[in-house]
Write a protein that binds this ligand. Structure first.
Ligand SMILES: *[C@@H]1O[C@H](CO)[C@@H](O)[C@H](O)[C@H]1NC(C)=O
Ligand SMILES: *[C@@H]1O[C@H](CO)[C@@H](O)[C@H](O)[C@H]1NC(C)=O
Ligand SMILES: *[C@@H]1O[C@H](CO)[C@@H](O)[C@H](O)[C@H]1NC(C)=O
Ligand SMILES: *[C@@H]1O[C@H](CO)[C@@H](O)[C@H](O)[C@H]1NC(C)=O
Length: 376
């Protein structure tokens, strides 16, 4: 798990990907635990920069719970992710292998899976740490983001589902949060698709108008059929560009429990409490252990869905609010461990999947993270 290596997959303005990592286990208990089988709790943030966290030197972002992990544990300062984007870095994280070995890279522009429904994902013959632990008798769960594919041939075969990768339990998004889930201006797919569809609409509308004018003036000798077809196609394209945003929200922004879709599209204001509730119930169910729980936060990816009581509270705008909310979630999860009496028998590991997404900017506002000393 700790031998992820930095490869030169940096892309456009993506920075070398840095992981911030904390390991925590009460020292007094660690000698007993090494002989037995500790519970393992992995906490992974999405797009969080190493410079966003208090214990890595940020004195204006309030992350007391993550800092607490560092104080009680080990803080790694040289720990590098295998890729600067989600799909390949997460494939490497789960397998300990370069993403190119599992096919989770691409030489063309699309370096992450683009749609939930797209055919493709982490091959099931890869060995994930979840599979190994499951074989050793661990209860294994993944709560949060997956982004390593869902289907092969049909919309329901779920061949790449987390349940085929060593996890007994899955709750969360098979895909990822995206700006498009909230129809943000910072858009992954929507704006580009709308522009293409609009352009095609204009071309076809022009063709239709030219044909009509040509026919009426007898300058172009065509029948009505091509006129009608081009007009119909133009209308269809206009309608598609109007509905494509809603289609994306429906197709990608949903929650599943195991193989069942539970909310489509998801209700964002409810997602954070639902995830915390799911974590607590997993911990309670499995407190007699051993368990592996991988909490893969939807935070701090755009569109930075943040609950009302954190909005406007940080010194770093909506991004900061979202980071501080995630820190609060970490605190809630640690509290649950305490309450269930699991703190002394659980290895906790906090990391980001890679560095901050610096290009998330609108005007002068920064919606991506801060990579501290690892800037360009
Ligand atoms: C703390 O994080 C914010 C948000 O990413 C960033 O703008 C700021 O520069 C960071 N401060 C330090 C001292 O690194
Ligand atoms: C998984 O299967 C594919 C296709 O048969 C093969 O190319 C690949 O090497 C296999 N991977 C592993 C880890 O066995
Ligand atoms: C998910 O599926 C596994 C078996 O595949 C089962 O043990 C577990 O209870 C299921 N979880 C839920 C919440 O249904
Ligand atoms: C965990 O270890 C600490 C330090 O030894 C001890 O004070 C505490 O009571 C232990 N907690 C549990 C639940 O065993």
């Amino acid at each position: 798990m700790l031998h992820l290596h930095h490869s030169c997959l940096c892309f456009r303005s993506w920075l070398p990907a840095m992981l911030a990592v904390l390991l925590s286990l009460a020292p007094s208990a660690s000698s007993d635990i090494s002989a037995s089988r500790p519970n393992i709790l992995l906490l992974m943030a999405d797009d969080l920069g190493i410079g966003d966290i208090g214990c890595y030197g940020n004195n204006t972002m309030r992350t007391p719970n993550i800092d607490r992990l560092a104080e009680d544990g080990v803080k790694l300062t040289q720990h590098i992710s295998a890729a600067s984007l989600c799909t390949p870095s997460r494939a490497a994280f789960l397998t300990g292998r370069y993403p190119v070995r599992s096919g989770m890279v691409s030489s063309i522009g699309y370096r992450v899976l683009q749609w939930t429904g797209a055919s493709g994902g982490l091959p099931t013959n890869e060995t994930t740490f979840a599979k190994i632990l499951k074989e050793k008798g661990y209860a294994t769960g993944l709560i949060g983001k997956w982004h390593l594919g869902l289907n092969c041939e049909s919309a329901s075969d779920h061949c790449h589902h987390p349940l085929h990768h060593g996890f007994d339990h899955f709750y969360g998004m098979p895909f990822s949060l995206m700006g498009d889930c909230a129809r943000w201006e910072l858009s992954e797919k929507r704006v580009n698709l709308e522009q293409k569809l609009n352009f095609l609409f204009q071309v076809l509308a022009l063709v239709a108008l030219t044909l009509v004018a040509g026919k009426l003036t007898h300058l172009i000798p065509v029948s009505w059929m091509p006129v009608i077809w081009s007009a119909l196609s133009a209308v269809l394209l206009l309608a598609s560009s109007y509905f494509v945003g809603a289609l994306i929200v429906h197709a990608d922004c949903f929650l599943m429990r195991n193989h069942t879709i539970t909310e489509q599209p998801m209700c964002f204001q409810r997602t954070t409490p639902l995830i915390l509730q799911e974590v607590a119930s997993f911990l309670k169910r499995n407190k007699h252990g051993p368990f592996l729980l991988f909490v893969s936060f939807l935070h701090v990816h755009i569109p930075l869905i943040t609950m009302e009581n954190f909005l406007g509270k940080s010194l770093h705008g909506l991004y900061g609010d979202n980071v501080e909310e995630m820190d609060w979630m970490v605190g809630r999860i640690l509290d649950t461990l305490d309450v269930e009496g699991l703190s002394n028998s659980t290895l906790i590991y906090f990391t980001s999947d890679h560095g901050g997404s610096l290009e998330n900017q609108l005007g002068n506002t920064q919606y991506g993270g801060w990579n501290g000393i690892y800037k360009e």
